[in-house]
Design a protein around this ligand. Structure first.
Ligand code: FE2
Length: 381
């Protein structure tokens, strides 16, 4: 469901022609998190992030083993799921990983073909294509494994008119906080273990037909203590971008390694949510209690020398701790939340693109130094 709003440049078109179209993808359909208490998580995402209630499944809809809340903001759809009993795969996932992303669902026109094309190229099947139906029509889904215990579900919903999926009912709530201007998922980042980045880059290249957009190495992204390597994979139309991070040797534990330790393996590190007005969005998020990484004030002393002229006043950006970076095509504004659960694992990025198609490489050093201060506070540096 996410889309690129910026003009694609010649450079991007060149990269995108490398992406193959045996697996046409319309965008992200939904992201499902397994959490310890879905009811309270849904309240948090509504209150703090401005999502709205959409659909519900649980005992009242005939589901015996779990409860799921579906929430949306513009094109971003999250599903929050908790188990209702003491055993089973959802419990196992939560015990091992804490709250985290289980399913990254991708909207396709043909979920059967998507499964066939990916499994014949080496994807490990999670489940074969299956049809679920209710009075509103039918949905076809299929699923494959990706890094860690994360799953890609292919969702074909062209013959469905219901609120979300068969098994869900509309979630009517009297509590409907206003949105904060979040529009779509710009990119979603996976952290993988030592020496695993290229395995997953090859997976997205060969199994999913993605192309590599930008690459960094540990010389690009390092501070005194932290180092990482990152490669960005994109599908053919650019609507889905998955950067893959791998830790690199630093003097002390890198934030990627810390993630891997607390998540007990590879998983989704952050989702970047796009806005058309980052100052308004971040002001609203802060007012509602979302915590962002602290950026040292001295970051702003020379930032305009680095990035040149920007449309925004610097004062509110500095006040909010919003970072700025520029590439050949324009600039971008971005900010990162602190982890949203007690384990230092999943966090969110808020991003506004003003032409730039990159991911804030120039900010990585300033950002990592900010993250290291947090790690130091947790005693995990
Ligand atoms: Fe990001």
């Amino acid at each position: 469901m996410s889309t690129i709003t910026d003009n694609t440049s010649l450079k991007l078109e060149k990269v995108f022609t490398e992406a193959e179209d045996f697996l046409p993808l319309n965008g992200t359909d939904y992201v499902e998190l397994y959490v310890g208490n879905a009811k309270q998580a849904a309240h948090y995402y509504k209150t703090a992030f401005g999502f709205k209630s959409v659909a519900y499944a649980g005992l009242e809809t005939g589901i015996k083993d779990r409860t799921s809340y579906v929430i949306e903001q513009d094109k971003i759809r999250l599903v929050l799921t908790s188990p209702l009993n003491s055993e089973g795969p959802i419990n196992d996932h939560i015990v091992k990983h804490g709250d985290g992303v289980k399913h990254v669902a991708i909207w396709v026109d043909d979920a059967t073909k998507s499964w066939e094309e990916t499994t014949k190229r080496g994807a490990k099947s999670y489940y074969e294509p299956k049809v679920t139906k209710d009075a509103d029509g039918e949905v076809v889904t299929s699923a494959i494994h990706t890094y860690g215990e994360t799953i890609h579900i292919f969702v074909e919903r062209k013959n469905y008119n219901g609120v979300f999926m068969p098994g869900f009912k509309k979630w009517e709530s009297h509590y409907n906080p206003s949105d904060v201007g979040l529009k779509y998922i710009d990119h979603m980042v996976g952290n993988v273990g030592w020496n695993e980045m290229n395995t997953w880059v090859d997976f997205y290249k060969n199994v999913m037909g993605f192309a590599q957009l930008v690459s960094f190495d540990d010389k690009d992204i390092s501070t005194d203590y932290t180092a990482l390597m990152s490669k960005v994979m994109t599908n053919g139309n650019g609507r889905i971008k998955f950067p893959i991070n791998e830790p690199a040797e630093g003097k002390k534990k890198s934030q990627i390694e810390e993630y891997i330790d607390f998540y007990n393996g590879a998983g989704v590190q952050h989702m970047a949510l796009a806005t058309d007005n980052i100052i308004e969005t971040v002001t609203a998020l802060r007012d509602r209690g979302v915590e962002f990484l602290y950026v040292p004030e001295n970051y702003y002393e020379d930032v305009l020398d680095r990035v040149g002229e920007i449309d925004e006043d610097l004062a509110p950006l500095k006040e909010l701790g919003i970072l700025i970076d520029r590439d050949d095509e324009g600039y971008l504004l971005q900010i990162f939340t602190k982890p949203v659960s007690d384990r230092p694992t999943l966090f969110y990025e808020i991003i506004q693109r003003k032409g730039a198609q990159s991911f804030g490489k120039g900010n990585f050093k300033a950002l990592f130094e900010a993250i290291e201060r947090e790690q130091e506070n947790r005693g995990t540096l």
